[in-house]
Design a protein around this ligand. Structure first.
Ligand SMILES: Cc1cc2nc3c(=O)[nH]c(=O)nc-3n(C[C@H](O)[C@H](O)[C@H](O)COP(=O)(O)OP(=O)(O)OC[C@H]3O[C@@H](n4cnc5c(N)ncnc54)[C@H](O)[C@@H]3O)c2cc1C
Length: 416
């Protein structure tokens, strides 16, 4: 069923009786050509681009819960491509370009909103670092603007510019950055993949990876054994658990990250703002809630819930940036499990087990990467070679010392 204004009108006139399920709820077949474990954003995007761009035969996505239960439905929806390092910048810019055409491509309203991302700076040193990043972006053809104080004050008048501890000096702006409705991305990719014949199998937990002579040949699941010629892992926070089923130990730690939403307010914040003196970022959803987040909870965990000290810390960051948000009431908060690598950058690569491919290590930033991650992982799975823009995301870079350490903080996953 194609979605269009005409379809909405037709359904309205016929009592909305003709809407079809957005995707087929498939039962597992005994064998596939490619199986992707994980029905989050990355797994579904991979299946979609595999079916659309590569002729690989039968494809299935196997998800232990329901689509959108993981980080794809838990993140703060920010998309941007304001990266510095050559290993990252072209990849995230490809993602931004795919976001820009996504809704037409998958025929789904994902509420892509390029409302601008402002990274606030508070010192001369930080300004220089942001200027360097902005210049790197411009050299790669990515938009960026360094805003001085008067310009920033005109654009966002309500920040606490005179904060004694963290006075604001300006911002780096990427106008093409913004937000995308997170769970619509999962539903949209699922629907588009299903239309191309992909089997989406929910409530099917993978409990084992079967190997024969060093090759992955299938998966044990709560709904029986499924054989496959190629197996892709895209399970985000559960990456180390699922990789261990194949005997692999990954350079990844799982950490909790929380997100927060306030009661609905009248329109106030019409962009995305990040606080440069701590870890705090904020935007406003179309329903009016202020959506914000901050730092990791600071301990390893597979639990998708966080603790009170981090709530206090995040709210302190918010109060330092815009004290008036202290008057709003926090409505909801939740946690997601982040797959933190040792250098803060992802992995899209083959593994030492033949026919087993890995997409993992997305840290806090994997939502914005969803389209490019799916696009490049599909390329790798279909052609057995990395896509040009994802060539640096190798698994062996940690052994080789070829880290992509965007923040320059070293092998300390919770600081990336
Ligand atoms: C609070 C929070 C805020 C964030 N904010 C941003 C942001 O603003 N911008 C940004 O770019 N990124 C952000 N992120 C990061 C981003 O959400 C993730 O990096 C990204 O969503 C991870 O990829 P995914 O969507 O495929 O993961 P998920 O949606 O977690 O998908 C993985 C799937 O694998 C399934 N799975 C796990 N184990 C098994 C198994 N054994 N068998 C079958 N299925 C299994 C899970 O059920 C899950 O559905 C945020 C994350 C959190 C938690």
């Amino acid at each position: 069923m194609k979605y269009s204004a005409l379809t909405v009108l037709k359904q309205a006139l016929t009592g909305h009786k003709g809407w079809q399920p957005a995707w087929r709820d498939a039962t597992p077949a005994p064998n596939y050509d490619v199986v992707i474990i994980g029905g989050g954003g990355h797994g579904l995007a991979t299946a979609y681009y595999l079916a659309k761009n590569h002729n690989v035969g039968r494809i299935a996505v196997v998800e232990k819960g329901w689509l959108g239960n993981g980080n794809i439905g838990r993140n703060t929806t920010i998309v941007r491509s304001n990266y510095l390092l050559p290993g990252n910048l072209p990849f995230y810019e490809l993602s931004m370009k795919l976001w820009e055409g996504l809704e037409q491509d998958i025929n789904y309203n994902a509420m892509v909103s390029q409302r601008g991302v402002f990274n606030i700076f508070h010192s001369d040193v930080q300004r220089d670092a942001y200027a360097r990043r902005g210049n790197a972006m411009r050299l790669h053809g990515v938009d960026s603007e360094l805003l001085d104080l008067p310009t920033l004050k005109r654009k966002i008048p309500y920040l606490d510019y005179e904060n004694a501890r963290f006075p604001i000096q300006g911002a780096l702006l990427q106008k093409r950055g913004g937000t995308v409705r997170h769970d619509a991305v999962a539903w949209g990719y699922a629907r588009a993949a299903s239309r191309l014949g992909v089997d989406i199998i929910q409530n099917c937990e993978v409990t084992g990876i079967r190997q024969e002579n060093g090759k992955a040949i299938g998966i044990e699941t709560t709904r029986g054994y499924i054989g496959t010629k190629k197996l892709g892992l895209a399970v985000a926070g559960a990456s180390s658990l699922v990789a261990a089923m194949a005997g692999l130990r990954l350079p990844i730690e799982s950490h909790v990250l929380q997100a927060f939403v306030t009661e609905g307010l009248k329109p106030l914040i019409d962009n995305v703002i990040t606080f440069g003196a701590g870890h705090f970022y904020i935007s406003q959803s179309d329903k009016g809630g202020l959506v914000f987040g901050g730092d990791l909870d600071g301990y390893n965990s597979y639990a998708a819930r966080g603790n009170l000290p981090t709530i206090e810390d995040v709210c302190e960051g918010g109060m330092a940036l815009m004290p008036m948000i202290g008057r709003t009431r926090l409505l909801r908060h939740w946690g997601g499990i982040m797959d933190m690598t040792m250098d803060g950058s992802p992995i899209i690569d083959k593994t030492p087990v033949e026919n087993l491919y890995l997409n993992a290590g997305w840290c806090y930033g994997g939502f914005k990467a969803t389209p490019a991650s799916g696009y490049c992982f599909a390329h790798l799975l279909a052609r057995d070679e990395p896509h040009d823009v994802a060539a640096a995301y190798r698994l062996d870079r940690f052994a080789e010392g070829k880290l992509i350490d965007e923040k320059g903080v070293g092998a300390q996953p919770n600081l990336h």
